[in-house]
Design a protein around this ligand. Structure first.
Ligand code: 1GP
Length: 245
């Protein structure tokens, strides 16, 4: 089954949680161990990526180790065409819609697309929108951050995603953000579009995850939570909150 189908089928039953693993934050073996623990905690897929420090070598080795440890789908969450996760099951083919730099909107894509085609990796199209504070990805992505109270602008990007025929919309507050994307923003977007909504950045507690899901996110992403030592029981509760929302 294709990853997009797996996601669509699962979303018919319940909301989903995905764990983001950054290959630049630990060595590949440790990434494999994190994936195994996340799988045991009930996460639905592993995303691999980061804003800086991704090389073809650490990316390939990380995906390899994750695949040794879990059968969950591995989705590459790219920051450019400089490295492509050859062994991933799918790739978020994502355009940073509010970047000022055309490189992040279509140019890296035009470089990467022929490689993705050749390798036979499943692309999942996605509009990627960076909301304040944006953190590192907002900075390196040269994003015109969407202000936290600016519902009109975010709805514009959400409709753009839908009208472009993209599968998913990712509302991103940035990894390590002090607070997730506001609930009012997720609700406004949910009312405006039918596309699958992914929300990430700054989600560390089960309460935050439950609120994000209840506000209308289909998929909740956490990354930082799994980077700091013992996380399994906390993640288990958070995933349960998402699945039950
Ligand atoms: C970053 O949205 C993801 O792209 C995850 O963010 O690291 O804050 O969980 P956190």
């Amino acid at each position: 089954m294709k990853v997009r189908e797996y996601i669509a089928e699962t979303l018919k039953k319940r909301k989903m949680h995905m764990t983001l693993i950054d290959p630049a934050k630990q060595d590949p073996k440790e990434s494999g161990d994190i994936a195994l623990k996340a799988a045991k905690a009930g996460t639905d897929a592993i995303m691999v990526g980061g804003s800086t420090g991704i090389t073809q070598e650490n990316l390939d080795k990380t995906v390899e180790e994750i695949k040794k440890k879990t059968k969950l789908p591995v989705i590459y969450f790219p920051s450019g065409a400089n490295a492509i996760a050859r062994k991933s099951d799918a790739i978020y083919f994502m355009s940073m819609l509010n970047s000022r730099n055309v490189r992040n909107i279509t140019r890296e894509h035009a470089k990467g697309a022929p490689i993705i085609k050749k390798l036979g990796i499943e692309p999942i199209s996605m509009g990627y929108v960076i909301v304040e504070p944006g953190m590192k990805v907002g900075e390196v992505g040269e994003a015109d951050l969407v202000k936290r109270e600016d519902l009109q602008t975010v709805i514009g990007y959400a409709l753009t995603t839908e009208f472009f025929g993209m599968d998913m919309l990712y509302l991103e507050a940035g990894s390590g953000a002090p607070e997730p994307v506001p609930s009012a923003m997720i609700e406004a977007v949910r009312e405006s579009v039918e596309v699958t909504i992914v929300v990430g950045g700054g989600i560390v507690t089960e309460k935050q995850a439950a609120e994000v899901a209840a506000s209308g996110a289909d998929i909740v992403v956490t990354g930082t939570l799994v980077e700091n030592g013992e996380f399994e029981s906390k993640l288990r509760r958070l995933v349960k909150a998402v699945h039950g929302a």
